[in-house]
Write a protein that binds this ligand. Structure first.
Ligand SMILES: [Zn+2]
Length: 155
């Protein structure tokens, strides 16, 4: 369905989509909010997820914990409407711009998965790095929304 990767010139300078999927069949994706320009999440797509995203104009990812295609927002209702899909020079990473309205992207309940900031400066031996929360409150209650699903975060 996508052009075979044959030479660097075509991949970098050509106009045909020929994404590079890694050994697990995945390509990394960064998703940005069209309105705020915040990075909402980082995830992966396989061939099918990319195809579905292009065709349905709604973000589909591949869940590595569930090992399956994942129509983002199917459970929470926070579907991501795709505004633009870009791919980088060597076509091995994707930049998705989406509209989530007043919704959220993170299963923890925040708008962005990147809801904490790591302070800059010297890290003292034996001291833990204390992060700062950037979002005042959660957009939804994950305990309620995902009560029938296991938490995907692995320790
Ligand atoms: Zn998240």
């Amino acid at each position: 369905m996508f052009k075979k990767r044959e030479n660097v010139h075509e991949i970098e300078e050509g106009d045909l989509l020929s994404p590079k999927f890694d050994n697990d069949g995945l390509i990394p994706v960064i998703t940005m909010c069209d309105k705020t320009k915040d990075i909402l999440m980082h995830s992966y797509m396989n061939v099918e997820a990319l195809k579905k995203t292009i065709e349905t104009k709604e973000a589909h990812y591949f869940s590595r914990s569930r090992k399956s295609i994942w129509h983002k927002g199917k459970t929470s209702g926070f579907v991501q409407k795709v505004k633009e899909i870009r791919i980088d020079d060597d076509q091995d990473s994707i930049w998705l711009t989406v509209d989530i309205g007043e919704g959220a992207s993170c299963h923890v309940g925040y708008r962005s998965c990147f809801y904490r900031s790591i302070p800059l400066g010297v890290i003292h031996n034996g001291r833990e790095v204390k992060m700062k929360f950037l979002e005042k409150e959660k957009k939804f209650d994950p305990e309620e929304v995902y009560k029938d699903q296991p938490n995907p975060t692995k320790i």
